[in-house]
Ligand binder design. Structure first.
Ligand code: FDA
Length: 396
């Protein structure tokens, strides 16, 4: 099998499918090459099977990138409301969970079906289980890019790299996009796992491991950024939304602080408990505002446990200080095996922010997670995939 197209898209994930739909609707002949046995595997597993497909509060401030301005143009031209319009047009029921996060009521499968139906309407050809053996680049404009694949050779004047990041290799993630970028002289900024559980070692791990499954609200701070949400203790460390969020801002050796009484003045709270319940022990009063087992563990290892009336003001201040700024030393992350995203990637300096086209190689585009734009937890990463896919789909 072989064929000539207007555009070849490598990767049938969120960004690649959106790009294909947009280009196909413009009358372009589009081929999506996906090496996995089905498209959209990450969409299927996302949001606990219900796909948090966008966030209505999306703004450029929700993204990490060496150039924080790069994502602005694409996000402004394809907003969460554009995607919601498509979801509604396909009759998919959805709801807001919290903080602007939009989830399917039923299943992520409906989002993949919607994208495939849109592809089919737009005349897009999708080749799954199709592995790329070689990519060549010729002089002639018409067939500038040629993909030599297990399903034959395909050529086109434009090539879109939508092969995603390195997270969850078992779902088809590869470094293909980074290799192509380097092949064409693009800089690739160092990659690392983001939105990922953190591991603990030594005493912290030993003291907390048997509390695995215990969850409570905290405010996690690292490098000047804070996220307030739940923390979950795991066998090997800590997870939960506040930790996944802060993990993208954390690197080995960085100071990580947890406020265990988020939204409260700890010293005032301790004074109040002292006057209201002077005979109660610290672990008992703390156990009323956080999981009892965790309060007890805190008082075994990190705080002196006594009846409240026995503390003087400086001691209460010390306890308040620890409760508001508990230093937890993370030893690492769980890595790409469980990370939701890959930070870093193709440097945006040499890409057009309006079209995603390479400034080095005419006709070459990079979209989605392979680019050095990474969203927070909460639907922002899909919104970037849709928006960058849409930008390139309108340009190819
Ligand atoms: P994506 O990874 O989706 O697609 C890339 C495609 O390229 C894959 O299908 C892959 O198989 C294919 N490919 C790779 N190499 C190839 C090659 N050499 N040849 C051919 N094909 C190749 N985000 C969000 O906003 N809301 C959420 O609820 C979640 N939930 C979530 C859960 C989990 C467990 C993970 C791992 C991730 C999320 N995310 C998320 C993040 C989100 O899934 C991610 O940001 C987008 O899928 C990125 O879209 P892309 O299309 O760029 O890559």
């Amino acid at each position: 099998m072989s064929g000539h197209f207007d555009t070849l898209i490598v990767g049938g994930g969120a960004a690649g499918l959106m790009c294909a739909i947009t280009a196909g609707r413009r009358g372009k002949r589009v081929l999506v090459v996906e090496h996995a046995n089905r498209v959209g595997k990450k969409i299927l597993m996302s949001g606990g099977g219900r796909c948090n497909f966008t966030n209505t509060g999306t703004s450029p401030a929700n993204y990490l990138s060496a150039n924080p301005h790069f994502c602005k143009s694409a996000l402004a031209r394809y907003t969460p409301w554009h995607f919601i319009e498509m979801v509604e047009r396909h009759g998919i029921a959805y709801h807001e969970k919290e903080l602007g996060q939009q989830f399917c009521d039923e299943s992520s499968k409906l989002i993949v079906k919607m994208l495939l139906d849109e592809c089919s309407d737009a005349g897009v050809r999708v080749e799954t289980s199709c592995s790329i053996e070689r990519l060549s680049h010729g002089e002639s404009d018409e067939s500038r890019f040629r993909l030599h694949t297990t399903h034959g050779n395909f050529s086109a004047p434009t090539l879109v790299i939508a092969s995603g990041g390195l997270s969850i290799p078992s779902m088809g993630a590869t470094g293909f996009g980074y290799d192509v970028a380097r092949q064409f002289g693009h800089a690739v900024l160092p990659t690392r796992a983001g939105l990922v559980p953190l591991t603990l070692s030594g005493k912290h791990q030993e003291r907390l491991a048997d509390l695995s499954g215990v969850a409570f609200p905290v405010s996690a701070t690292c490098n000047g950024t804070s996220f307030s949400n739940y923390l979950l203790i795991t066998h090997r460390g800590i997870s939960g939304p506040s930790i996944l969020q802060i993990s993208s801002f954390w690197q080995p050796g960085d100071d990580l602080r947890l406020d265990l009484l988020p939204g409260r003045d700890a010293f005032e709270a301790l004074q109040q408990w002292q006057s209201e319940r002077p005979a109660a022990e610290l672990k008992t009063v703390l156990g009323d505002v956080m999981p009892k087992r965790f309060a007890q563990r805190l008082c075994e290892h990190w705080l002196p446990n006594r009846p409240m009336k026995q503390y003087n003001a400086p001691q209460l201040r010390e306890i308040a200080q620890l409760l508001e700024s508990w230093a937890l030393v993370a030893s690492g992350t769980e890595g790409y095996r469980t990370a939701e995203v890959t930070l870093g990637g193709v440097d945006t300096d040499e890409l057009s922010s309006t079209t995603m086209q390479s400034k080095r190689v005419p006709g070459l585009y990079f979209i989605g997670e392979v680019v050095d734009v990474t969203g927070w937890l909460g639907g922002y990463n899909f919104q970037w995939a849709w928006a960058s896919g849409h930008a390139a789909g309108n340009a190819v």
